[in-house]
Write a protein of this length. Structure first.
Length: 275
């Protein structure tokens, strides 16, 4: 039967007096922290396990959707192999699952939890432990300009487009540090504030998430490498008819059995376009 687990989730606190919120992409290797003026607070949250009722959430209602689809590429040994082998099959899978006419993958991250280690360098990413939304609406449009041919952009922006992440565990089931997702139907627009993401060569923008006791959190316990979740990070339809994005975070599940192997996962980030 579906059950719940109680977890401590880390929410963001915006800077005072209307000061622009920011966070650096680069990490201090001695502390494992990014320079930021965004505060945080931990809150104990009941996270509902959707195992057995995975079909109760969809991309357009909750902002995320679970599927079972084994990957052909399973080694995830290096970026070149991932791009050459895992990208093409994932593009076709996203098209099949969403009905999109065009999908462009622009990034991926492999995460491996390393207990006792604090660094989070680009080639040694660990699970994210703060509630967040990957892209603001402004950043989503900027991504289209950044990654698509300039001649195609005007027509692409005329029709519906989304940014969707494809997340799956790799090598073994993710009982350790699973992924929690917040049902879009439980959020309030006032829960969010823009955070400038400072990259070495440009600025992006994410959304910080403030605590709201009405948030309804979900996860799928023990997700296997044959299972995946599509996470909507942005949608150009913003008339209230569909979920626009999904706050999410990794979390420490107190029900995880001792000796469980540390979580390993991969997420792909896709620009998704419709005719």
């Amino acid at each position: 039967m579906p059950s719940s687990t109680e977890a401590k989730l880390s929410y963001s606190i915006p800077p005072e007096n209307g000061v622009r919120a920011y966070t650096h992409f680069n990490v201090d290797p001695t502390t494992g922290e990014r320079k930021t003026n965004v505060g945080q607070e931990g809150k104990k949250i009941l996270v509902e396990d959707l195992r057995g009722k995975e079909d109760s959430v969809t991309l357009d209602t909750a902002g995320f959707q679970y599927y079972r689809h084994p990957a052909k590429h399973t080694s995830f040994a290096n970026d070149e192999q991932i791009i050459r082998e895992y990208y093409p099959e994932s593009i076709e899978l996203i098209k099949k699952l969403t009905g999109a006419s065009r999908v462009e993958l622009f990034d991926h991250t492999v995460r491996r939890r390393r207990p006792g280690e604090i660094d989070d360098l680009p080639d040694r990413r660990q699970p994210v432990s703060r509630v967040h939304v990957d892209q603001s609406s402004k950043a989503a449009v900027a991504r289209v300009h950044l990654h698509m041919p300039a001649a195609d952009v005007p027509k692409l922006l005329e029709k519906r487009f989304q940014i969707i992440n494809l997340w799956r565990p790799i090598h073994h089931a993710a009982f350790d540090w699973p992924l929690a997702l917040c049902d879009y139907g439980s959020i309030d627009p006032n829960d969010f504030f823009p955070v400038t993401r400072m990259y070495p060569d440009r600025d992006g923008e994410t959304l910080g998430v403030k605590y709201n006791p009405n948030h309804k959190w979900k996860y799928l316990s023990g997700m296997t490498p044959d299972e995946l979740v599509l996470i909507k990070c942005a949608d150009s339809i913003q008339d209230g008819s569909v979920a626009v994005f999904t706050p999410h975070t990794g979390f420490e599940d107190p029900s995880t059995p001792a000796g469980t192997p540390p979580r390993q996962s991969i997420e792909l980030r896709a620009l998704v376009f419709y005719d």
